[in-house]
Design a protein around this ligand. Structure first.
Ligand SMILES: Nc1nc2c(c(=O)[nH]1)N[C@H]1C(S)=C(S)[C@@H](COP(=O)(O)O)O[C@H]1N2
Ligand SMILES: [Mo]
Length: 533
């Protein structure tokens, strides 16, 4: 053994009293004790991190910061997989993953600590370092964001070493009931402290950073030109088909926010700056005093697979965006509005699209209530005809007029298209794919959208036969989806395939070419199977 190695072994050997012993084989019990100590040290560290995050901000809690860092680092294919497989639960899946990895490494560090305490301490400290890097690289980080992970790392090392020492004393030859009691007490105390502290801090964070009371107090003024109710004929009365307007609670949610931004409307400010003649700052109060408009708009996500549910339709109230841009005076050459949310999401929208007469808005209400927190309270951007990732910034706080050549938004920098108008899409919702229906008359129904171009026709195709015209429900506006139905007469028993396609307002038929969602939206026809019995 080389001298340096001998020294390290001396360091790491279990020190009891004034004697240094060579460790004996650990055994199952030793491994279990080490793993448990490690797990508890990890739990205590998380709890300390959460407690500090009560003061430093919800997004600075170690698990949240690491999770958000992972979202940033994940290759596009992985993110796309997560959105597809876990949908709106992708965040729960990610946080669970973070906790599982933390638990595994903590347990391993605990076992390792029994032989190589110094090394194990470095691993524990490493956790703090990973958290610090994660917190520091969040776009909205400040110096305070580093503290939760700093303290968590410190706690991990301290608790690991403390439990390890008590475990060693409990294992020593002289150990008696006192040592045993001390060690068990420490384990139980750490478990209880971590649980109470961790969950307590979590609910403290949830109540301290909670925009719900402020949202409840917001009164959205009546729009200058309220819209008439949508004709009931916009919804074919087919059971199982969703309503024309998607209830807020059912509206899909896609964002990178592991902890949903909780903004105080009384502190909210929107800056309009960059390549403008007159930079502006608008408070929420000022925004609500502008002549508000009401518009119906279908919002959809570029990550929506053919036949998928990342599409929703709502009635929105907000301030029209074009007059604000004109007030700021967009300088020639500026072709991109780079909007930023409070959590650092950046979204690039063509200036043209906002100024060409379409009903782009800074929305403050959704389906008759103040914008729900997870849909961007107090204010989000909306531009008809564009996918969400290039238009629909939630929790928006900053609009910078710039060029596409000099700045790329978050998703564009990750391989998605810079320009992303919504593609024509159609979906069969009734019956559900694979469902059994009785022979005879079968009603098919669904939705189709070609946002801002409108839907001119929907056709269905049964078992590869010629396409047949479906019945379109009444149209609301070209910016909204259109529901459709089709009565299939004399449907014979057996297994059948049904496909759907739409024609947009320009007369272009939806393409049959199959393309995945990357880089600018999926194409191809939605097809289902139906068992007629
Ligand atoms: N701040 C912020 N805004 C965002 C996003 C985001 O991740 N963060 N995601 C965008 C995407 S990809 C879509 S499809 C829409 C989804 O809006 P919704 O969650 O209200 O349905 O929000 C857009 N705005
Ligand atoms: Mo999206």
């Amino acid at each position: 053994m080389k001298a340096s190695e001998a020294r390290r072994d001396m360091d790491d050997a279990v020190v009891v009293g004034d004697r240094t012993e060579e460790p004996e084989p650990m055994g199952l019990r030793g491994i279990a004790v080490g793993a448990l100590s490690g797990l508890l040290a990890g739990g205590a560290a998380l709890a300390v991190g959460e407690l500090v995050a009560v003061f430093a901000g919800a997004a600075s809690a170690p698990a949240v910061a690491v999770g958000e860092w992972a979202i940033d680092l994940a290759p596009t294919a992985v993110k796309e997989f997560a959105i597809r497989e876990f949908g709106t639960h992708d965040k729960t899946a990610l946080l669970t993953g973070v906790y599982v990895i933390l638990a595994l490494v903590s347990a391993a560090a605990g076992v390792l600590a029994r032989r190589h305490l110094t090394f194990a301490s470095f691993i524990a400290a490493g956790f703090g370092v990973v958290g610090i890097i994660a917190a520091a690289t969040r776009p909205n980080a400040n110096a305070g964001s580093l503290f939760p992970s700093l303290f968590a790392g410190g706690a991990a090392v301290a608790v690991l070493r403390w439990l390890n020492r008590l475990a060693a004393e409990n294992d020593a030859e002289y150990a008696g009931p006192t040592e045993r009691r001390r060690f068990l007490g420490a384990l139980l105390g750490t478990a209880a402290g971590a649980a109470v502290g961790g969950f307590g801090a979590k609910s403290w964070i949830d109540s301290r950073y909670n925009a719900a009371p402020a949202r409840a107090a917001v009164k959205i003024p009546a729009p200058v030109q309220p819209l008439a109710a949508v004709p009931t004929a916009a919804h074919p009365n087919v059971s199982g088909l969703g309503p024309f307007f998607t209830p807020n609670t059912d509206f899909y949610r896609v964002d990178t926010a592991l902890s949903v931004p909780q903004l105080d409307p009384s502190k909210w400010m929107l800056r309009i700056h960059g390549m403008v003649a007159r930079p502006l700052e608008i408070s929420f109060e000022q925004l609500l005093k502008m002549p508000l408009e009401e518009h119906d708009l279908t919002l959809t996500c570029v990550s929506n697979p053919v036949g998928g549910g990342y599409c929703g339709n709502a009635r929105w109230v907000g301030a029209p965006l074009a007059p604000l841009l004109r007030q700021a005076g967009v300088k020639s050459g500026a072709d991109q509005i780079l909007s930023t949310s409070s959590d650092g999401m950046t979204i690039g929208t063509p200036v043209n699209a906002v100024l060409d007469g379409r009903e782009s808005m800074l929305a403050v209400a959704m389906n008759g209530v103040a914008l729900p927190i997870e849909h961007g309270f107090p204010c989000r951007m909306l531009v008809p005809g564009l996918y969400g990732y290039v238009s629909a910034t939630k929790w928006v706080v900053d609009l910078e007029l710039t060029t596409f050549a000099s700045n790329a938004g978050y998703w564009v920098a990750r391989g998605w298209a810079q320009q992303a108008p919504v593609k024509t899409a159609s979906r069969i919702d009734v019956p559900a794919s694979g469902a059994s229906v009785s022979a005879g008359t079968v009603t098919l129904a669904g939705v189709a959208w070609a946002t801002h171009r409108g839907v001119a026709a929907v056709e269905v195709q049964i078992d590869g036969q010629p396409w047949a015209e479906a019945t379109l429900a009444a149209s609301d506006t070209p910016d909204t989806w259109r529901q459709w139905s089709y009565t299939w007469q004399n449907a014979p028993r057996g297994k059948h395939t049904v496909a759907v396609r739409a024609t947009d307002g320009t007369g272009t038929v939806q393409t049959s070419t199959v393309q995945d969602v990357v880089p600018d939206g999926a194409t191809g026809y939605h097809q289902i199977t139906v068992n007629v019995v």
